[in-house]
Design a protein around this ligand. Structure first.
Ligand code: ZN
Length: 301
C-alpha cells in the first residue's frame, strides 16, 4: 500500500553533476541547493568526500558544506566510500553520511578500490565511531552490475544483512546503472522489508533504460519511503560505463502530485530550478516535465 507522503532527496549537487565535464563553481552549487530548498526539498545529498583526482567535480566538498544555508530546517548528507571520506564528512558538521557498499565484487573494487567485504568492515568501523552524525548505507548495483551482469537476490540480501548488523538509520537500494524493472523493485524492496520490517528504505534510481519513474512507483507500493532524484534528470557514475541520469525530481513530483502522494515540493519551482541547471551545464538535460510543463496549465488571469 502506497503511503500518502514521499520524501524526495535531491541529489543533483552530487550524483547529478559528478560526471559532468563542466565544473560548476562552489557558488553555482550553492545556488542550485538554494533553488532546491526554495522548491520545498528538505533533504539533500550535497557532495561526496572522495578523491578529487578521481572525481574533480567534488573537489570543493568542504567549501560546499561550509556554505550551506542552515536556516531552512533541511538535512544535508554527503556520500562516503571509506573511512577517510567519512572522517572528512564528520569534520564538516554535516547531518548525515551516506556510506556506499556495492553488491557486486567487481564494481566495489572499481568504485572504491577494495572488496565488498572490506567496505562492510569499514562501515562497521565507522558505526563504532559515529555518534555525531547519522549514517545511512546505500547498497549500490542492487539490481545489476555493469561488469558482472545479474546480481542474484541472494547475493544482495547477503550484503544487506551484513550491513544491517551495524545498524544504519536507513537502507538505500541503488539501481546504479538503471537496469531495474518494476518487478525487480517489488521483489527486492519486498525482500528487504520482510527481513528488516523497521528499517526505512530509500531508493536511488537511474533512468538509463526509461524504467526509472515506473520503478519509483513500484518502490513506493512496495514500502519504500524515500526516493533520490535530481533536477532535470542529470547524473551518472564516473566508474560505471554508459551510466546516465537519476530520475528527474520534477517528473517525480508531477507523477506523485497527480497521484495524490504529497511531496511538499513545488512543481513549478522545481522546473525553474531544472531550467537553471540546464543553462549552467550548457546542454539539454533528460527531464521531460520541464519540457511539457505541468497539467493542467496555469489559467490566464
Ligand atoms: Zn547514482
Amino acid at each position: 500500500m502506497t503511503s500518502d507522503f514521499c520524501e524526495i532527496i535531491e541529489v543533483s549537487a552530487r550524483d547529478g553533476i559528478q560526471n559532468e565535464k563542466t565544473l560548476l563553481s562552489t557558488a553555482q552549487k550553492l545556488h542550485l541547493i538554494g533553488m532546491a530548498l526554495d522548491a520545498g526539498i528538505r533533504r539533500m545529498e550535497v557532495t561526496s568526500f572522495v578523491n578529487p583526482k578521481r572525481v574533480p567535480q567534488m573537489a570543493d566538498a568542504e567549501d560546499v558544506v561550509a556554505g550551506l544555508p542552515r536556516d531552512w530546517g533541511a538535512r544535508y548528507m554527503g556520500l562516503t566510500l571509506n573511512r577517510r571520506g567519512f572522517d572528512r564528512a564528520v569534520a564538516t558538521g554535516l547531518d548525515e553520511a551516506n556510506f556506499v557498499v556495492v553488491a557486486s565484487e567487481t564494481f566495489n573494487r572499481k568504485n572504491q578500490g577494495v572488496s565488498t567485504q572490506e567496505s562492510i568492515a569499514a562501515f562497521s568501523d565507522i558505526r563504532k565511531a559515529a555518534d555525531v552524525i547519522e549514517v545511512a548505507v546505500t547498497v549500490a548495483a542492487a539490481f545489476g552490475c555493469p561488469f558482472e551482469g545479474e546480481v542474484p537476490l541472494a547475493r544482495l540480501m547477503q550484503v544487506v544483512e551484513a550491513c544491517m548488523v551495524h545498524e544504519p538509520f536507513e537502507l538505500a537500494l541503488a539501481d546504479t546503472i538503471g537496469v531495474a524493472t518494476p518487478r525487480d523493485v517489488t521483489e527486492r524492496v519486498g525482500a528487504v522489508r520482510r527481513a528488516f520490517p523497521d528499517i526505512p528504505i530509500r531508493l536511488h534510481l537511474h533512468n538509463t533504460r526509461n524504467t526509472g519513474i515506473a520503478n519509483a512507483w513500484a518502490g513506493l507500493e512496495a514500502g519504500a519511503r524515500s526516493l533520490d532524484a535530481s533536477l532535470g534528470g542529470v547524473g551518472g557514475c564516473p566508474f560505471a560505463p554508459r551510466a546516465t541520469g537519476n530520475i528527474a525530481t520534477e517528473d517525480l513530483v508531477y507523477m506523485l502530485d497527480r497521484s495524490g502522494v504529497r511531496t511538499n515540493v513545488s512543481l513549478d519551482t522545481a522546473i525553474a530550478a531544472a531550467e537553471w541547471l540546464e543553462a549552467q551545464l550548457g546542454h539539454d538535460v533528460p527531464g521531460q516535465v520541464m519540457k511539457a510543463g505541468g497539467f493542467p496549465a496555469p489559467q490566464a488571469a
